[in-house]
Design a protein around this ligand. Structure first.
Ligand code: ARG
Length: 467
């Protein structure tokens, strides 16, 4: 069997060809073709190294590198479309290379295996994607920050248990998401360190008999270091799992924001309006405007969690070293990357031009509730009344006010004073929503001064590079 022209790429110990359905079942070309550019770059580095170390001649090295470049051009022109008979992208490239450069093409696979090759390709792919996702996170943060700058003094009800709790600066609320995205950005930088290690040269599992230079290929490919143990190098997928975990957390954050926007856009909350740029209509109810974008983000979150789960389960029982189960990592990774990227993009656009806050509605909301009750208790506590005593007293006031259909601001000074002699005319100012927010000036609190300082720090964070 001539392996350069045959559709079956393995050794001559095989006597018959694969059952067509099994060939299809076994093949990964349908999805790992996405790795082709990384496969070509990795192979070029390998060929250069073989030439440098005298395993092949300089001329042979050059022929291989040039042939691989020709395949890249063919692929980019849309002319290279390997089918299922090639099994995977690695065989497809080697086969095409041999067609293009002749016998020397068969030397490319000296001193390596598809096992270290696929690990190299996957890491190069993920490294690129992580860098792009981090850039997207930065854009998302920038939009949140721009919105925050305009809304420091816009008030919004704050909730716990989805019950009105204390009013907030809208900027403070938005900046909570900025902080989550900041952790996501840092976390991905940390994952990147473990993605950026070269398994190339680990061979099938045990290294190679050839005098290779692993550090040289690692340098050419921009890897920070090389795996110390060849078995670990070919069978480590921790980096993929860590990435899926970091991606899952990004989706948790986007999904929580989505949920809030969906609530805010409802008639019941009426805190935002959805613009026509990002909302859709109903096919039957003409009055409807639906928050499809945040709903889809919330909905897509599940599949990313699912990929994390599949990767964990895929790995848990595998003996060292390579097992074909690993081939299953790719679709999980690709879909995780594509989903995170699409959701980040959609949410950034949604914040930029899909939602408009309704300041009048927000102001009405914070003025019409008992979310200033803590401030009455704080008022008394500041005058020496033990907090728990003050708290109990305010509880009673809320009860009687509710019964009388009044808000705290509607009580007369006389009423206040019969409740407790410590009340004075400044109680009205102390419970006005704006003051309630401004007064929470503790570190990290919603007070305007605090929020302005955080905005300054956030601006500095956005110009940080590295991790
Ligand atoms: N397509 C395979 C994968 O994605 C490449 C590695 C194959 N190695 C092997 N020993 N069969 O994992």
């Amino acid at each position: 069997m001539d392996t350069s022209s045959s559709s079956q790429a393995w050794s001559q110990r095989f006597e018959s060809t694969l059952h067509p359905a099994i060939a299809q079942f076994n093949a990964s070309i349908g999805f790992d073709i996405q790795l082709i550019e990384y496969d070509l770059t990795g192979s070029q580095a390998h060929a250069k190294m073989l030439a440098k170390m005298g395993v092949i001649t300089p001329k042979e090295g050059e022929e291989l590198v040039n042939g691989l470049e020709m395949i890249r051009q063919e692929y980019l022109r849309g002319e290279f479309r390997p089918g299922v008979e090639e099994e995977d992208v690695h065989f497809a490239v080697e086969h095409r290379l041999t067609q293009l450069v002749g016998e020397v093409g068969k030397k490319l696979h000296t001193a390596r295996s598809r096992n270290d090759q696929v690990g190299t390709d996957t890491r190069l792919y993920l490294r690129d994607q992580i860098q792009q996702i981090r850039a997207q996170l930065r854009q998302f943060q920038q939009v949140l920050l721009d919105l925050a700058k305009d809304t420091v003094e816009t008030l919004i009800p704050g909730y716990t248990h989805l019950q009105r709790a204390q009013p907030l600066s809208l900027a403070h609320h938005l900046l909570a998401y900025f902080e989550m995205a900041q952790r996501d950005w840092v976390r991905l930088g940390d994952v990147l360190r473990r993605v950026n290690i070269s398994p190339l040269g680990c061979g099938a599992l045990a290294g190679t008999t050839f005098p290779i230079d692993r550090r040289y290929t690692a340098d050419l490919l921009g890897f920070e270091s090389v795996y110390t143990n060849s078995l670990d190098g070919v069978s480590d997928r921790d980096f993929a799992i860590e990435f899926a975990c970091a991606a899952s957390l990004i989706l948790v954050h986007l999904s929580r924001l989505s949920e809030e926007i969906i609530l805010w856009a409802s008639e019941e909350f009426s805190f935002v309006t959805l613009t026509d740029r990002c909302a859709t209509g109903s096919s039957i109810m003409p009055q409807k405007k639906n928050p499809d974008v945040p709903e889809l983000v919330r909905g897509k979150t599940g599949r990313v969690f699912g990929h994390l789960q599949s990767l964990l389960v895929m790995m848990k029982g595998l003996p060292l070293a390579y097992n074909k189960d690993f081939q299953e990592d790719k679709e999980a990774l690709f879909d995780t990357v594509n989903t995170v990227r699409a959701c980040l993009q959609a949410m950034t656009i949604l914040l930029q031009e899909g939602v408009e806050f309704r300041p009048a509605q927000l102001a009405k909301a914070v003025a019409a509730d008992f979310s200033n009750a803590t401030d009455v208790a704080d008022y008394l506590a500041a005058k020496g009344v033990p907090f728990r005593e003050a708290y109990n007293l305010v509880g009673k006031v809320v009860k009687t006010s509710l019964a009388a259909n009044k808000l705290l601001k509607d009580l007369t000074l006389e009423e206040w004073r019969t409740l407790h002699p410590a009340f004075e005319a400044d109680i009205y100012d102390a419970i006005a929503p704006r003051q309630v927010v401004a007064a929470r000036n503790s570190l990290g609190g919603t007070g305007f001064e605090q929020v302005r300082q955080v905005i300054k720090l956030a601006e500095e964070k956005l110009i940080e590079i590295g991790d």
